[in-house]
Design a protein around this ligand. Structure first.
Ligand SMILES: Nc1ncnc2c1ncn2[C@@H]1O[C@H](COP(=O)(O)OP(=O)(O)OP(=O)(O)O)[C@@H](O)[C@H]1O
Ligand SMILES: [Mg+2]
Length: 362
């Protein structure tokens, strides 16, 4: 027995979309031929209501005589829709019960199959979503721990190692004043110079790991300092524009993310771009923080980011993932011979007391 495909499809669509609502399917004359809620059935379909009262719902027919006697019912055959061991509704096909019965049964099985398949699909989608959430929670955790560790090492380098080196430098100078031979004095002063250079390297490393400025004065101050040092170190001209931001602070995870992106993007420019000029803009606009970094270097084919070699593009993927964790957008636009532009948009949220940021490891 073939079911009219259009009829079947409309049943499936309606049931799938509105399973939990009161759904009635009426024919051209407004007579109910299917009803998907027990409550609704008991209100409207007296024959079905009687069945519901008398125990578990079963197939039932409405006779010619009942159609004449009862309001709102039509002669036909009705079949319960069973889903997850429950009756979720009834499908009725009007007409001579003997002829309508196979249609009604087929329609009910069809709807049950569609419900099963929807449920399976929903389960899969839910499992996938849960996995994705777990993945970003883990990533968030990894980044938090890494940032916290960098902060700790940076502080230790500054507070312990730098202090010790400073004492050595002072001690060597004092010692050099107490020796009588010029040769020995020179050796001590050479050693002192080495200690001074080591102190500078340690200081540089501590700043790279986590600039105290970022925690103390915020993103703008830290970015300005970073750009200044970078320009001097690589001899690349960097223009930093800060628009619509005064001295305000943002959530620590936003400040750290944008700082790390600036670091990685400028490092990429020094490593790959052969650029002479870079334009960096940090702007607050419509509840978002926007960071753009544009260089006038050699550019590259951005297709490599999704191709087979993309596994090696850890820097750019890392930027992308950090931005995604803050529900932001990341765009990279590069044309060979014309330079590269990176744009990051991060929505600004209010600071919540309970929120755990990337800056704090738990
Ligand atoms: N500003 C740029 N100008 C030219 N090429 C770039 C620029 N930024 C990135 N690239 C190209 O994109 C590739 C991927 O960059 P990405 O930062 O992901 O990796 P990487 O810098 O090679 O290595 P890593 O960052 O992991 O140390 C680079 O190898 C380089 O070819
Ligand atoms: Mg890189």
């Amino acid at each position: 027995m073939e079911l009219d495909p259009r009829f079947a499809q409309s049943l499936v669509d309606i049931v799938a979309a509105e399973l939990n609502q009161n759904v009635n399917i009426t024919d051209n004359h407004g007579v109910i031929i299917a009803s998907f809620s027990k409550e609704r059935i008991s209100h409207i379909h007296e024959a079905a209501a009687r069945m519901l009262m008398s125990g578990p719902i079963r197939e039932f027919s409405v006779t010619d005589e009942e159609e004449r006697r009862l309001k709102g019912v039509r002669q036909g055959f009705n079949v319960p829709i069973i889903f997850g061991d429950c009756c979720v509704g009834v499908i009725g096909v009007s007409g001579e019960p003997a002829i309508a019965a196979p249609y009604a049964r087929l329609a009910a099985r069809f709807v049950e199959a569609a419900l099963e398949s929807n449920a399976r699909q929903e389960k899969l989608v839910r499992a996938l979503r849960e996995k994705e959430e777990l993945q970003s929670t883990l990533l968030n955790k990894v980044i938090s721990v890494q940032e916290e560790e960098r902060k700790k090492i940076s502080r230790e380098l500054h507070d312990e190692t730098s202090q010790a080196l400073t004492s050595i430098i002072v001690g060597l100078r004092v010692l050099s004043e107490h020796v009588h031979s010029d040769g020995e004095r020179q050796k001590i002063l050479d050693m002192r110079d080495l200690a001074v250079r080591t102190l500078e390297a340690v200081h540089h490393l501590a700043v790279q790991l986590r600039p105290a400025l970022l925690d103390d004065l915020g993103l703008v101050a830290a970015a300005q300092k970073y750009v200044e040092n970078y320009s001097r170190q690589y001899n690349i001209q960097v223009e930093l524009s800060v628009v619509n931001i005064s001295r305000e602070r943002f959530l620590p995870e936003i400040e750290i993310t944008l700082y790390r992106i600036l670091q990685e993007a400028l490092t990429n420019i020094a490593k790959h771009a052969k650029a002479a000029q870079v334009q960096v803009t940090l702007r607050k606009y419509r509840g978002k923080l926007l960071l753009t970094i544009k260089d006038n270097g050699i550019g590259f084919n951005a297709d490599i980011l999704s191709g087979a070699a993309s596994d090696t593009c850890l820097g750019i993927h890392g930027m992308h993932e950090r931005v995604a964790l803050l529900s932001g957008n990341f765009y990279i636009d590069s044309t060979e011979g014309e330079g590269t532009g990176i744009t990051v948009e991060i929505p600004l949220r209010r600071r919540k007391k309970t929120e755990s940021g990337l800056g704090q490891a738990h």
